[in-house]
Design a protein around this ligand. Structure first.
Ligand code: PEP
Ligand code: MG
Length: 903
């Protein structure tokens, strides 16, 4: 018979860390901590297989589960020296979810299970603390009624009428009546009366008495946790994170320990290193005389566990190190043991019950990009992990956070802060205020950049948080829901901005006498925790100055095999990309150089020319511009290859289409407006993407290719004379037939001879190659390679022509395709490996068979997509080329591809 229940406690456990699929992350790690001799309250884990069974069998349990649970409870009784349901010496338990991958706050928890009329007196006798027992009981009623009796029963109360809210009102009324403000000011008698009132209200509202039998409570709680796997917010979270529905959750039943037993008790959360900066120091928050939910819910301002964890909100409050030095020392020892064992930063939950430390959870901690990089580098230095492991630890998108904008410090110096809070997610963002997650989704879908401003966030808000550029909350600490979620997603986030008065109904955010409305623009500095009204400029960090990043990318470079180039057509972009580590230019699109000022005029003259002579005259005007552009780029990329692509887009993209503009153009060119209009009309095509573009232009107008080749080669020759090492590679676009390439190559080689003669530069190294972006080119790659010295896969056009999806129009149906899973991802973003990918693999193979030293790269958008990069690595390309800001990401993705191959 399958084993459904795994016990843990007293340095013994039936599970281990490696059993996450079966026990969930929480259960597996609780077991592992027991093996490590770390104090963990005893308990047991019901496996994820039971969850699967539960859903497949109409909410019932497999045979034998009840007996297994009974046995596990007996084990707990032995270890904890108290028995669940025992009137004299009762044991209380917590019931929590735990999936393979952590889903913070998305599923349910019930605490203090086992308190009822038969166990309360025994509990009071044992603790000698009546107030504590009734406080625990009222918490049980609130949680249980909410989670088990309402949510799991599928009851959807009207706004403001949820049972939890109603019970909170009762409690507030009691406090008011007694003239106190803090929960802790209520006496045992108050709480006793409150528990009675709670039970009456529960029965009135939910039509059932509150269960008064410990076993009924336990099974109710277990069922509710399984139910919560399919709760709305859990399902939403799984969609966003791509967690499969079949995984299911485990249920952990664990002996309760109490952080709310008085002043020698406490509860807290910690990170073995700082999750926001990566600094190697223990970091955490705690509250004296409290239960775990109080820290996370942001009801009380959490205290710092030590000096290093202090922030502006808790600087004046005592640290755990000061208040309970022995407990802190013990915790520090646990922290060190966990780091040595897991060799990664851990996120822990702990409770101190009357001076005794208990660990309730450990898991790999979420961290933002800067922290991820720093920890990876530090842990290599500390000998905890090797470079390959370090490279795997950082997600490509986390690098984005380091490269992503920050608020310009110069502008910030002169700006007046609107409000301050805690720096929960670094980076800078500007955007329009939205006050609800629904509004965030709506405005983001309309293309606006939004900043979600909330009093505090809850798991119900995740869809709005996901689309927001930044998240701001009025309440909450560094471990609040908003902070945790933002960190996981690498979003800019400021929490605990106490000065914000948010009125959702009125759509306003008031700070002192400033009133902002929904839709107004604000700027968020998540690195410092400051908000500004209006828009401040954002700037991007120079990774060369970022010591840890530079070293981390150095590890990547040591491990990767793929080269990384950039797509750039301006000297400043080329220089930026080079600073980011680009090893050359993989695509310089020359058409971008023809817009603007004088150039576009000359370009239009060239396009509208009626004779080759007229065209040649216009091209003469363009030549000096092109030459200067190329010189700038060659200089920026000195010593590195620069792939210059000949003119590619259909010519109609360069001419005006409106009447007034056509008349104006005719006038400046001294032509008849009618003739110009006719020529513009002639340029119109039904399918421009399959029309007169790419090498087809250079074939019908050889003057264009000649001019461009001349500009490239003269620029290179002149720079060579100055001692600048320019390395051009001339690339012919949209070749489908070898004869097209032969035609263009002949022109280029003729021009090269002319340039050499004219400039006297004999040693003028350059290559001639082609884009492979027409399926026919991939299929006939062997023939084409006999003419081409290099290939560069243009996977944008190759995707368009292989899938038959228009690059310009696919937006109207592709999202539906992706939603329905017809294509797993948008094939223009991440390469369609089975289809388009085959052509890349086959083209490379056939090309190399014909010319073994053929250089092969990719310059479509896929060159910056981590999954596609892994594919290009496997296919054996020489390099990928991507936009400057993706260069570091590509270096990392290339290294990860190499590491996972050897692993
Ligand atoms: C491509 O088609 O992949 C490519 C890089 O060229 P463009 O996007 O300019 O058509
Ligand atoms: Mg193309």
């Amino acid at each position: 018979m399958a084993k459904y229940v795994y016990t843990f406690g007293a340095a013994r456990a039936e599970g281990r860390a490696g059993m996450k699929d079966l026990l969930g992350g929480k259960g597996a790690n609780l077991a592992e901590m027991c093996h490590l001799g770390i104090p963990v309250p005893a308990g047991f884990t019901i496996t994820t297989e039971v969850c699967t069974y539960y859903y497949e069998h109409g909410g019932t349990y497999p045979q034998g589960l009840r007996e297994d649970v009974e046995k596990a409870l007996a084990f707990m009784a032995e270890v904890m020296e108290a028995r669940f349901g025992d009137p004299d010496n009762p044991l209380l338990v917590s019931v929590r979810s735990g999936a393979r991958q952590s889903m913070p706050g998305m599923m349910e928890t019930v605490l203090n299970v086992g308190l009822c009329s038969s166990t309360i007196p025994g509990m009071v006798r044992r603790t000698g603390n009546e107030r504590f027992v009734y406080d625990s009981y009222r918490r049980l009623i609130m949680m249980y009624a909410d989670v088990v009796m309402e949510k799991a029963a599928g009851i959807e109360p009207a706004e403001g009428e949820a049972i939890r809210v109603q019970l909170e009102h009762l409690m507030d009324a009691r406090k008011k009546e007694k003239g106190v403000t803090a929960d802790t000011d209520l006496t045992a008698d108050d709480l006793k009366a409150l528990c009675d009132a709670f039970r009456r209200r529960v029965e009135e509202v939910l039509g059932k008495p509150f269960p008064d039998d410990p076993m009924d409570q336990l099974w109710g709680a277990i069922g509710a946790v399984f139910q919560s796997w399919n709760g709305k917010r859990a399902v939403q979270y799984r969609r966003i994170e791509g967690i499969p529905d079949e995984w299911g959750t485990a249920v952990n039943v664990q002996a309760m320990v109490f952080g709310n037993m008085g002043e020698r008790s406490a509860t807290g959360v910690g990170f073995t290193r700082n999750p926001a900066t990566g600094e190697n120091s223990f970091y955490g928050e705690w509250l004296p005389n409290a239960q775990g939910e109080d820290v996370v819910a942001g009801i009380r301002t959490p205290y710092a566990i030590n000096e290093a964890s202090k922030n502006d909100a808790n600087r004046h409050l005592p640290t755990l190190e000061e208040a309970m030095p022995e407990a802190y020392q013990e915790l520090l020892e646990v922290r060190n043991r966990l780091e040595r064992h897991y060799r990664d930063m851990q996120d822990i939950e702990f409770t101190v019950q009357e001076g005794r430390v208990w660990l309730l959870q450990t898991r790999t901690g979420k961290r933002n990009g800067p922290a991820a990089v720093r920890m990876a580098v530090d842990m290599v230095d500390e000998g905890l992990i090797d470079k390959a492991e370090a490279v795997i630890r950082v997600k490509p998108n986390q690098l984005d956070e380091l490269l992503h904008p920050m608020v310009d410090p110069a502008a910030e110096r002169s700006a007046r802060p609107l409000a301050r809070g805690l720096p929960a997610g670094p980076g800078g963002a500007t955007g329009r205020i939205v006050l609800t997650p629904e509004r965030a989704e709506e405005r983001a879908a309309a293309g606006e950049t939004v900043i979600l401003v909330r009093i505090e966030t809850s798991p119900e808000d995740v869809h709005g948080m996901h689309v927001a550029e930044a998240i701001v909350t009025a309440k909450g600490g560094m471990t609040s829901h908003a902070a945790l979620v933002a960190r996981g997603w690498g979003k800019t986030c400021v929490v605990g901005c106490g000065a914000l008065e948010i009125d959702v109904a009125a759509g306003t955010v008031t700070v002192g006498d400033t009133v902002l409305r929904e839709g107004d623009v604000i700027t968020v500095n998540g690195t410092k925790g400051v908000l500004y009204a209006g828009e401040l400029p954002l700037i991007v960090l120079d990774p060369e100055r970022h010591e840890h990043l530079a070293r981390f990318l150095g590890f990547c470079d040591e491990l990767r095999r793929l080269g990384v180039r950039t797509n750039a057509d301006r000297p400043e972009d080329a220089a930026q990309a080079r600073r980011f580590g680009a090893e050359g230019i993989g695509l310089c699109r020359t058409e971008h150089m023809f817009f603007g000022g004088e150039r576009i005029r000359a370009m239009r003259e060239m396009i509208l020319a009626e004779t080759p002579e007229e065209r040649a005259r216009a091209l003469e005007k363009l030549l000096p511009y092109q030459k200067e552009d190329f010189k700038g780029i060659f200089r920026a990329m000195e010593g590195l290859p620069v792939t210059v692509r000949l003119l590619d887009p259909p010519l109609h993209e360069f001419v005006p289409h409106e009447d007034a503009q056509i008349r104006e153009l005719a006038e400046t060119m001294g032509k008849d407006p009618e003739a110009v209009r006719t020529r513009v009309a002639q340029l119109r095509e039904m399918n421009p993407m399959l029309g007169h573009r790419g090498c087809r232009l250079g074939i019908s107008y050889p003057e264009i290719t000649r001019m461009q080749a001349r500009a490239v080669l003269e620029a290179a020759a002149e720079l060579r004379k100055e001692g600048v090492d320019a390395r051009p590679e001339i690339m012919v676009p949209l070749v489908g037939h070898v004869a097209e390439l032969q035609d263009q190559k002949r022109l280029i080689l003729e021009v090269a001879e002319e340039v050499k003669r004219a400039t006297g530069v004999d040693d003028l190294p350059f290559l001639v190659g082609t884009m492979v972006e027409v399926p026919r080119a991939a299929l006939t790659a062997g023939e084409i390679a006999s003419e081409a010295e290099f290939f560069s896969f243009g996977t944008n056009d190759l995707t368009q022509m292989t899938c038959g999806f228009s690059r310009d129009d696919a937006g109207s149906f592709l999202p539906v395709y992706v939603e329905r899973g017809i294509y797993p991802k948008d094939p223009f973003q991440s390469i369609d490996q089975e289809g388009v990918g085959q052509l890349v693999a086959l083209g490379t193979e056939r090309g190399r068979a014909a010319r073994p030293d053929l250089k092969v790269g990719v310059c479509g958008e896929h060159g910056g997509d981590p999954d596609s990069i892994a594919f290009f690595h496997r296919v054996g390309l020489d390099y990928v080329s991507c936009s400057p800001f993706r260069v570091p990401i590509a270096r990392l993705a290339a290294a990860q591809a190499a590491v996972s191959e050897t692993a």
